[in-house]
Write a protein that binds this ligand. Structure first.
Ligand code: TSX
Ligand code: MN
Length: 573
């Protein structure tokens, strides 16, 4: 039995807000919030139904990994891939930062649920925030309000404290996008299961249900409770016979995960429906299958690159009732971004609020759309099923111009876990670092695993005796030929890969057994050139050498079973 009112009162003593507003939920309240944002000059109403534009401070445009901390009891528990700080030290720092942080502002109390409110698997949180932008976004991305509060009173909740960190008296108090980048910090107390975030109003730093609760804190809960909290899309595929199978996909950023979650099949008779595009909570069912739920209620997608061509389903989803952040504004009060594939009506105003001269970026590369999953015309009918959807296969991929074939089926759960731990992606301009350089991103969870990643690999291995495990696939849409051109058309043509995978899970496609796994037989994937369906032993020997070196990072936490898999691979290739 939790006492949220008592906790809020305690926090209000620390935060010292001007007043306190409890979010009740519902359409009417949501519209009032948006009206208030317009009145304050923070939201720009668009000439699109129920849609608004927000422009952030240019210093506050993305997650900040350097300032994201896992405050587990020991540094070893956080592992080599997380920033760690001792919980007591962090708490002391936070209590100073948050003291009076909401002076002159309203404290909004958001009771929220990750997952359907009545599902026994959902996790509840209460986010305190002084950002109305955050309130509007949490209402789309999660389930919020009175009904959630009732559940919280019967059960428990993850306390989430958020402030943009600009109280009355600060020179930026009246800014349209107050933020405090110098003091930005996002802290996760994994033992206490608490989240504190200061200084940013953007995305994963500020919408605490998403990356902070549903991935970092949930991964720790999942470890302790025997399930998996993953950075994965969930898609349902139906074949021309009406048979349906569900698949998960994990990809590092800039690989088109949302596009795959919303794929439009281009083989007659095949259908795809979206359950989720970012996070999957996965548990074994009584029947020995793994079941997945999408804990989110909205899409928070990268706008640039999204077009009628690359992702028509996303374009249909955001046609109404959508919040946009850091996209450009057109002369007819519409939105525009790079790769949208339309001629914007002039004059165009950039995300920075300046006239666009066509030379600099119109939209910030990490500009976003926020829309309810439920309004997608292609949402899966089972997307809110309490028990989740049964999983037939899991795809892991990265952006790799060489070595990695179009699709490879792992021969065992352990080999699949090794492949998942091995994924890496060539960095695009959007990411920090050198363009083209490989960045390891095991399970696409590098920034999101709330504990030691070596132990996380072991946790994945612990599922290996389930009677109906999904098959695991390594995929790569980004292989290039000697001429530097992509060898695979990608996008809707990935349907052919999904079809092969679908039929493998039915025991239909044959494939060929190779040392690295099962590859499609010639002719099993229409139009695929031989080069992407073969593996080159020399390249793979190099790959294995690099992986061995990378995995030393995890020391004795790296599972012996995965070292064995890697060794056995070396002897065969
Ligand atoms: O999302 C992508 N997917 C998955 C789609 C379901 N993208 C975009 C990545 C950036 C977010 C892709 N880009 C994919 C892909 O499968 N493949 C590629 C590479 C590629 C780009 C352009 C062409 C072919 C391949 N061809 C032409 O532009 C004509
Ligand atoms: Mn993501």
């Amino acid at each position: 039995m939790a006492d949220p009112k008592k906790w809020v009162a305690e926090m209000a003593t620390l935060l010292q807000p001007e007043n306190i507003v409890w979010i009740e939920g519902g359409e009417e309240e949501h519209q009032q919030i948006l009206d208030a944002l317009v009145k304050a000059g923070i939201a720009i109403p668009l000439d699109r139904p129920k849609s608004y534009l927000f422009q952030s401070d240019p210093r506050d445009v993305a997650r900040v990994e350097e300032k994201t901390f896992i405050c587990s009891p020991t540094k070893e528990e956080a592992g080599p891939t997380n920033h760690w700080m001792a919980a007591e030290e962090m708490k002391k720092h936070l209590l100073q930062l948050f003291k009076g942080a909401m002076k002159g502002r309203t404290l909004y109390v958001i009771p929220y649920s990750m997952g359907p409110i009545d599902s026994p698997f959902s996790k509840l949180g209460i986010q305190l925030t002084d950002s109305l932008y955050v309130v509007a976004h949490m209402a789309i991305m999660t389930r919020v309000g009175r009904e959630v509060l009732k559940k919280i009173e019967q059960k428990s909740f993850v306390p989430c404290v958020h402030s943009v960190g600009v109280p009355q008296g600060h020179p930026d108090f009246d800014s349209k996008w107050p933020c405090n980048p110098e003091k930005l910090i996002v802290a996760h107390f994994t033992k206490e299961r608490e989240i504190w975030s200061f200084g940013s109003g953007y995305g994963g730093n500020a919408l605490l249900g998403k990356k902070c609760l549903a991935l970092r804190i949930a991964s720790v809960l999942a470890r302790d409770e025997g399930w998996l909290a993953e950075h994965m899309l969930i898609v349902g595929i139906t074949n021309p016979h009406g048979e349906k199978r569900y698949f998960l996909g994990a990809f590092p950023s800039a690989c088109g995960k949302t596009n795959l979650a919303m794929i439009t099949p281009n083989i007659p008779g095949w259908k795809a429906e979206t359950v989720g595009d970012d996070i999957a909570w996965i548990r074994p069912g009584k029947d020995g299958w793994l079941y997945a739920v999408n804990p989110e209620a909205g899409f928070f997608g990268v706008a640039p690159g999204t077009s009628e061509k690359s992702n028509p389903k996303a374009m249909a989803t955001i046609a109404t009732n959508t919040l946009f952040t850091n996209v450009a504004l057109t002369g007819d009060k519409n939105v525009y971004w790079e790769g949208m594939d339309i001629e914007p009506k002039p004059p165009v105003t950039t995300w920075l609020g300046k006239p666009w001269d066509g030379k600099e970026k119109a939209a910030q590369p990490n500009a976003r759309f926020t829309a309810p999953v439920a309004q997608s015309p292609h949402v899966d009918p089972a997307w809110e099923a309490e028990e989740g959807v049964p999983i037939s296969g899991i795809l892991f991929g990265g952006r790799r111009s060489d070595r990695i074939p179009l699709v490879t089926e792992a021969k065992s759960w352990a080999q699949g876990v090794l492949y998942a731990a091995s994924i890496s992606s060539e960095m695009t301009a959007a990411a920090a670092g050198t363009i083209g350089k490989l960045r390891h991103d095991p399970f696409a969870m590098l920034p999101f695993c709330g504990y030691n990643m070596g132990d996380y690999f072991q946790h994945w291995l612990s599922f290996q005796n389930l009677p109906h495990l999904p098959k695991i696939y390594l995929v790569n849409w980004f292989r290039k030929g000697a001429d530097g051109k992509y060898l695979w058309p990608g996008f809707s043509d990935n349907t052919r890969v999904l079809k092969w995978i679908f039929e493998r899970t039915q025991g239909k496609s044959e494939g060929i057994n190779t040392p690295i796994g099962i590859l499609p037989k010639k002719g099993e994937i229409d139009g695929a050139v031989d080069e992407i369906l073969t593996y080159d032993p020399e390249g793979w020997k190099e790959e294995v050498k690099e992986l061995k070196h990378y995995f030393t990072l995890f020391g004795h936490h790296f599972p012996q079973a995965l070292s064995n898999e890697l060794e056995s691979l070396v002897t065969k290739i």
